[in-house]
Design a protein around this ligand. Structure first.
Ligand code: F0G
Length: 460
């Protein structure tokens, strides 16, 4: 909702956790020990941690109170009933599969639905989602609108699926090879960009023509709803809660990492209306996660997730969260740094190709920039470029590099103040001023898949 006066965060701080900045010399030692990979750093050696917005939120007093009220019964605990009620009220689904985090939700759903040779049209899958589908012999195909690959193009909904691409793909491979279509809202891999309500509706219409189900990766569905409220005609006067729920009305179910918008430190779920599908998942849930009313979580965590799902529908909370991300974006743009425009909901993505044009993708410029930012100011961000997303060509085996080389600064929810954002912007600005002296990185060793998490690197 538009507000006339300046608004502060709709909360005050009751508990704090100390952080400290270690010296430049220490940071140099630490990053070397970490194999020039920020995933190898110890959190005590980090001043401001923007590695991820996942599981890093400050929970509310209400969530912590829920933790104390957790019912640890193996079967039929109260927390599960509260979760079912919250999922029904907030997302509109009748069946809930609780799991320990988002990727477990994906694995359970995909094991039931994906066969070898299947194709899954996406806007863009998150990297673990992509890996899970491939491990089952399926192939995710990006059908995101081309504008998603133009960092500077201002478009309100850069996460949209291109319906022409979607129809062409269905015609090419045949509907029987497509077990479902999936939309990630917001589109994390494409810069945290939203999907329009009209697009969700149109994708559902196309899918219905071919009787293909539609699933939503819901991790940041409240932030997506906020962008719909701000940018899509007809939604300005609608409450966030209503918009969140409408999004899911154009789907058959969702996988949900509750470590994001619901601000829980752990937890995930599958939401469904199809009882048959739900029943197919249950034996796998028991075998792989835990009994059907706790799914790998403690009863207390179920309470935190249930309460967080309701909290994320707060208009003022999501507005203030995205305002902070935009604030950091403005500081960077003022320093001449190119970022993906418009800024995403949960993170800012620096266009590293324009920041370090002299470093070829084979020398991992995004990861080199993450190292430099840590050295400069103790801030941890993450490179998302050739190290994370290069794939071998199916025919020639040659390496195909991703279209974009990005540095992601993900902002944890309710954790940092604007002053912390000032420090981040200052640090990146100083790196920008000496960008010509920055060198790339090369691999010392790395696993064949998901290599950016585990690779050890060295300066070129
Ligand atoms: N889907 C999206 C869109 C995600 O961003 C993530 C995780 C997952 C699924 C998997 O959920 O971590 O609970 O298993 N994203 C985190 C990130 C890790 O940093 O973007 P999970």
């Amino acid at each position: 909702m538009k507000k006339e006066q300046v608004m502060a965060e709709p909360f005050r701080i009751k508990v704090v956790e100390p952080i400290r900045l270690i010296s430049r010399e220490e940071r140099e030692r630490r990053i070397k020990e970490a194999g020039y990979n920020v995933f190898g750093l110890k959190s005590d050696d980090i001043y401001i941690d923007l590695l991820t917005d996942s599981g890093t939120a400050a929970m509310s007093d209400n969530q912590w109170a829920g933790i104390m009220l957790g019912d640890e019964s193996y079967a039929g605990c109260r927390g599960f009933r509260h979760l079912e009620e919250a999922v029904h009220d907030v997302l509109g689904f009748n069946y809930v599969v609780p799991v320990h985090q988002g990727r477990a939700a994906e694995r359970l759903l995909f094991q039931v639905m994906v066969k070898k040779g299947d194709v899954i049209p996406f806007n863009m899958p998150f990297d673990t989602t992509d890996a899970c589908i491939r491990s089952l012999g399926g192939k995710p195909v990006n059908c995101v609108a081309d504008v998603a690959y133009e960092p500077q193009a201002i478009h309100p909904f850069k996460g949209n699926i291109d319906l022409v691409k979607l129809r062409a793909l269905i015609t090419e491979v045949g509907a029987q090879k497509i077990p479902f279509i999936m939309l990630t809202i917001t589109n994390n891999a494409g810069g945290g960009q939203p999907v329009a309500m009209s697009n969700l509706k149109e994708v559902k219409e196309v899918a219905s023509e071919y009787e293909i189900p539609v699933f939503i990766d819901a991790a940041r569905c409240a932030e997506n709803a906020y962008f719909i409220q701000q940018r899509e005609e007809g939604y300005q006067d609608r409450a966030l809660a209503e918009i969140i729920k409408e999004q899911f009305s154009y789907s058959d179910g969702c996988t949900f990492s509750c470590k994001k918008d619901p601000m829980a430190n752990i937890g995930g779920l599958i939401g469904l209306n199809n009882e048959e599908l739900y029943r197919k998942i249950l034996p796998l849930l028991i075998a792989q996660e835990g009994f059907i009313t706790y799914g790998g979580l403690a009863g207390r965590d179920l309470e935190a997730v249930a309460r967080g799902l309701r909290e994320m529908t707060d208009d003022d909370l999501i507005a203030s969260r995205i305002r902070q991300v935009e604030y950091l974006g403005e500081l960077l743009v003022d320093s001449g740094i190119q970022i993906i425009q418009p800024v995403g909901g949960h993170a800012l993505f620096v266009d590293v190709a324009s920041f370090l044009p002299h470093i070829p993708q084979s020398h991992f410029p995004a990861d080199a920039l993450a190292v430099e930012l840590y050295l400069e100011s103790g801030v941890r961000a993450v490179g998302l470029g050739a190290l994370a997303f290069s794939t071998p060509d199916e025919g020639t085996g040659e390496t195909i590099s991703p279209k974009m080389e990005l540095l992601r600064l993900a902002i944890p929810r309710r954790v940092y103040t604007d002053r912390h954002m000032d420090v981040v912007a200052e640090g990146l600005k100083r790196v920008y001023e000496r960008r010509n002296q920055i060198r790339g990185l090369r691999i010392v060793h790395a696993p064949p898949v998901l290599r950016h998490f585990l690779a050890r690197l060295e300066p070129v």
